[in-house]
Ligand binder design. Structure first.
Ligand SMILES: Nc1ncnc2c1ncn2[C@@H]1O[C@H](COP(=O)(O)OS(=O)(=O)O)[C@@H](OP(=O)(O)O)[C@H]1O
Ligand SMILES: Nc1ncnc2c1ncn2[C@@H]1O[C@H](COP(=O)(O)OP(=O)(O)O)[C@@H](O)[C@H]1O
Length: 192
């Protein structure tokens, strides 16, 4: 069978080194913004990219789950499963998801290791004071007003990664600088 020329060209121009890049951090830390900025840069360089946005995942794959420790763990394992599938098949799976518990994140890392799939952990380490000022979705204000409990980093735990591949102090950087630092890390690791 003759492969149409256009398909051949498409295959040749795509970078197919897959990896999961997990951006963990507090609400409003900058996870989603950095993920989409990085996605644009990677796509421009020919990478296959998917962003597994926490809000979208909770609407579909994790519909019905809340924010208890158990539900957050289940949510993170489901996302980790999908990310690993994508990464194993040549996609850069960018995951801007809080993932507040170290054991949940470790289980995802282990699953990647078992499958020989690259996994990169980025801690978007914006301090809670800055996050609550940004308050992109108004969650910090709602918590302060007593309309919401169990907000990560305020009255619910966030276990900081002890040894992430990269820690980003987004309060001292532009979005472009933060995304560039993740891109540079991927380059160092031979993934970009
Ligand atoms: N109680 C509480 N704590 C933390 N976050 C909350 C809560 N209620 C709603 N939200 C919003 O839910 C968004 C998705 O959360 P995640 O799936 O990333 O959380 S988790 O990893 O399962 O803990 C998360 O998105 P981001 O703000 O982008 O981090 C929050 O905006
Ligand atoms: N260096 C930076 N990296 C990421 N976001 C930043 C940075 N500096 C300022 N911001 C701002 O912080 C906010 C982060 O929101 P968002 O990405 O939705 O956070 P999260 O996904 O962690 O909840 C955005 O308004 C973004 O423009």
């Amino acid at each position: 069978m003759t492969i149409p020329e256009t398909e051949t060209e498409t295959e040749e121009t795509h970078v197919t080194t897959g990896a999961t890049v997990w951006l963990t951090g507090l609400p409003s830390a900058g996870k989603t913004t950095i993920a989409y900025e990085l996605a644009g840069r990677l796509r421009a360089a020919g990478h296959l990219v998917e962003v597994l946005d926490g809000d979208e995942i909770r609407e579909f794959i994790s519909a019905g789950l809340g924010f208890s420790r158990e539900d957050r763990h289940t949510n993170v394992q489901r996302i980790g499963f999908v990310a690993e599938l994508l990464a194993r098949n040549g996609v850069k799976a960018l995951v801007p998801v809080i993932a507040p518990y170290a054991d949940s994140r470790e289980a995802v890392r282990k699953r990647h290791e078992e499958n020989g799939t690259s996994y990169v952990e980025v801690h978007v380490a914006t301090p809670v004071e800055v996050c609550s000022e940004r308050d992109v979705k108004g969650l910090y204000a709602r918590q302060a007003a007593g309309e919401l409990t169990g907000l990560t980093g305020v009255d619910d735990p966030y276990e900081e990664p002890e040894a992430p591949d990269l820690r980003i102090a987004s309060q001292h950087q532009t979005v472009q600088e933060s995304a560039a630092s993740v891109y540079a890390l991927l380059s160092e690791k031979g993934l970009a």
